[in-house]
Design a protein around this ligand. Structure first.
Ligand code: NAD
Length: 296
């Protein structure tokens, strides 16, 4: 392996420590803690794990966690009523409704019901629009975490050729907009892109957010490029009965060519949670007119 392994876990821990220090100052100044409300509907085990770890990270940063767990049979009206209550609750600075929701509930209705100023996931159309035209808002946590890893490695990104593979609303599109804001020359590749390996070979920065295990191979990577692997794919158990988590990048072959690369797990994943904590703190600071370290 020649590439530097980007330690997302360590970068995320450092960011969370800085936020905890800001939270302590915020509590002294305002007499309250920033609060994150999480909403889980149903019993999906993966969603339950995500929500638990988000709640734990919230408490570790010195913030309040308000966990709401509703049954699988919850109606859309009941969930809307809860979101309305959280929108009006002054102790709640951020609202996170864990997706996916059960089929009787339209996700778009819920996402647009959350106040854009408490939408710490950054999924509300108002926040997507703010990002597109360069206004302050909330940026989805995963692409924000990827940007922080890239800036930590490369510093100024201006003029770099960046290829984002994937165009989802929660990762690919906001990632492309963030890189454009940093003055990269951005290409967004997707399932209809012709000759993807050739497109990726031009990139100084590759962000893979596809959901296909180990799709991006080492011979697609320009020597020295920085590779951010967003993918989380669980492979079926092999002979020893153990299943493995892998990214969208074939780590071993890509690490022979890249300058730096994130592992899976331990790369982008921990940054996603750190950025959720960051967005919740920033929401509280904005709501209280509290000035904070802008580099957070
Ligand atoms: P998605 O399914 O919404 O989007 C996938 C995108 O990949 C689509 O835009 C599609 O056009 C593109 N695509 C599909 N096949 C392709 C191909 N053969 N060539 C090129 N592009 C192709 O997925 P998503 O929500 O953006 O998530 C992507 C991956 O990132 C998944 O593995 C997901 O689990 C992971 N993820 C990780 C985190 C994290 O915290 N680390 C957060 C969100 C998503």
């Amino acid at each position: 392996m020649t590439a530097k392994r980007i330690d997302g876990k360590a970068v995320a821990a450092a960011l969370r420590e800085r936020i905890a220090a800001e939270v302590a100052r915020f509590r002294d100044a305002t007499g309250r803690a920033p609060g994150l409300a999480t909403v889980l509907v149903g019993e999906d085990p993966a969603s339950a794990v995500y929500v638990r770890s988000k709640g734990k990270a919230t408490l570790e940063a010195g913030m309040e966690s308000f966990a709401h767990h509703l049954p699988m049979i919850t109606t859309q009206g009941e969930l809307v009523a809860l979101v309305d209550r959280l929108n009006d609750d002054p102790a709640v600075d951020g609202i996170l409704v864990q997706l996916p929701l059960p089929p009787q509930i339209d996700e778009r209705v819920i996402i647009t019901r959350i106040s854009p100023d408490k939408d710490v996931d950054g999924f509300h159309p108002v926040n997507a629009g703010r990002l597109a035209i360069g206004l302050h808002g909330f940026v989805p946590c995963t692409p924000l975490g990827c940007l922080k890893l890239l800036q930590g490695e490369l510093g100024d990104l201006a003029g770099k050729d960046a290829v984002v593979i994937g165009r989802s609303n929660i990762v690919g599109k906001p990632m492309a907009l963030l890189l454009l804001k940093e003055s990269c020359t951005v290409t967004v590749a997707h399932s209809k892109t012709r000759d993807l390996p050739e497109v990726v070979r031009r990139a100084d920065i590759v962000v893979a957010a596809v959901g296909r295990p180990e799709m991006v191979k080492g011979d697609w990577i320009k020597p020295g490029a920085t590779v951010i692997d967003v993918g989380i794919n669980r492979l079926p158990a092999d002979d020893d009965g153990k299943s493995r988590l892998v990214g969208d990048v074939d780590f071993n072959s890509a690490a022979e060519v890249a300058g730096a690369i994130t592992p899976v797990p331990g790369g982008v994943g921990p940054m996603t949670i750190a950025c959720l904590i960051r967005n919740t703190f920033v929401s509280a600071a904005r709501r209280e007119g509290f000035s904070y370290e802008k580099s957070l």
